[in-house]
Ligand binder design. Structure first.
Ligand code: CAA
Length: 387
């Protein structure tokens, strides 16, 4: 149907589908209930190339493109959104950032291990008092008098995968008086003195993905681990989030598709008042609207993936396309999972079926990597050119 989806794309889609069905489906409920991080399956995803899909093979990645990434993300997230979160952060926020802004040495030292899944990556922008307003941060990095190390102090919050991350791409202030132009990015190794983690956050959804605060107490970061130039951090953070938002849109699409498919099956089997509930117009209306929103999300995601691929070749930004895909797919996931529970009635509300997990998992897609309100702001600003 879409001639830009090649045989190679179909192969990675199938590989992700098979892996998700065989290895993730049997453990998803257990990890949701216990909140245990699924380290074994994450390592296997690395071996299969899912942790660095767009990273060239020379750096241990799968050497594929953004379409391959969104197709695989959808399949993994359709079975378990927690695995999707870990995969998305590793691919988009870490590998993509290191690919785009890293030096050759940084790529050799860090990217290869992260892309191959031997090490886990995280991205840290948010602070207790700086969420949507990402340019205002209290943490600081100060270059030592010898000019060899930055001394980092402060606290960052809501860091996905932080409890297990080996490497964190950190954004912190080097020149606070310059506001967002004073933010700098660093590659932080988590096994060094001065780094510590707070408690793992108990969350409503994506419970198997581990999230925590991280703390820096005179952490010494070598100058070679600065990512980009001093003061480039905010733009690096934003451009990396453009890629990340396509990943989260694909995660939302996976969740919505799972909820839709379950609802269609249920509507074909469940009977009430002497007929299948799928024969009632009120159920038909829900299913039809769910399908339209799911497919519209898919098209916005393909558009964003193609725009990112075009930008990789010819330069330019794909900010609006990424925000449109993220906004629409995440609101679709929330709406579709709500309808799916309604169609399933009591069974949808029960933990015996995964519908309530889809519903809980969907909510975060409207919040992280930029809330729906922020996406609307980004889209409107792109349209009008006004700030
Ligand atoms: N790419 C490149 N540059 C960009 C950019 C982009 N997408 N967006 C903005 N910029 C540049 C602008 O061109 C501008 O450059 P100049 O300094 O040269 O003028 C600069 O960055 C500042 O831009 P704005 O004035 O638009 O900045 P702002 O302060 O108004 O903020 C915002 C814009 C859209 C609200 C932004 O702060 C934002 O996206 N906030 C949400 C943050 C977010 O998504 N946080 C999630 C963190 S990650 C996470 O969720 C956890 C996880 O682990 C998954």
């Amino acid at each position: 149907m879409f001639d830009f989806i090649t045989e190679e794309h179909e192969m990675i889609r199938q590989a992700a589908r098979d892996f998700a069905q065989k290895s993730i489906a049997p453990i998803a409920e257990h990890h949701d209930q216990t909140g245990e991080f699924p380290l074994a399956t994450v390592r296997q995803m690395g071996q299969l190339g899912f942790m660095g899909i767009e990273v060239p093979e020379a750096y241990n990645g799968a050497g594929m493109d953004t379409l391959a990434y969104v197709l695989a993300m959808e399949e993994i997230s359709k079975v378990d959104a927690s695995h999707g979160t870990i995969m998305s952060v590793n691919n988009s926020l870490v590998c993509h950032g290191l690919m785009k802004y890293g030096t050759e040495e940084q790529k050799r030292n860090y990217l290869a291990a992260i892309a191959g899944g031997q090490k886990i990556g995280a991205y840290s922008l948010t602070e207790p008092m700086s969420g949507s307003d990402a340019g205002t941060m209290a943490s600081r990095a100060v270059l030592n008098p010898a000019g060899t190390h930055y001394i980092i102090n402060g606290r960052k919050s809501w860091v996905t995968s932080a409890p297990y991350a080996d490497i964190i791409v950190l954004f912190t202030m080097t020149q606070p008086e310059k506001k967002h132009r004073g933010v700098t990015a660093f590659i932080v190794e988590t096994d060094k003195p001065g780094f510590s983690r707070g408690k793992t956050e108990p969350k409503l959804g994506i419970r198997a993905s581990a999230t925590s605060e991280i703390m820096f107490d005179n952490y010494e970061c070598p100058v070679e681990n600065r990512l980009g130039e001093e003061g480039d951090g905010f733009k690096i953070a934003m451009s990396v989030l453009d890629a990340g938002r396509i990943g989260i849109a694909s995660q939302a699409l996976g969740i919505a598709t799972a909820a839709l498919e379950a609802s269609v099956s249920y509507a074909r089997e469940r009977e009430a008042f002497g007929q299948k509930i799928g024969q009632f117009q009120m159920i038909q209306q829900k299913l039809a609207d769910m399908k339209c929103r799911v497919e519209a999300s898919r098209l916005l995601i393909y558009q964003a993936a193609l725009a990112k691929m075009a930008a990789a070749k010819g330069g330019g930004r794909y900010t609006m396309e990424a925000s449109m895909a993220k906004l629409y797919a995440s609101e679709t996931a929330m709406w579709v999972t709500t309808q799916a529970i309604q169609i399933h009635g009591g069974m949808g509300y029960s933990k015996e079926m995964p519908l309530e997990r889809y519903f809980r998992d969907a909510k975060i897609t409207e919040i992280y990597e930029g809330t729906s309100e922020i996406q609307r702001m980004v889209i409107a600003r792109s349209l009008t050119g006004l700030r």
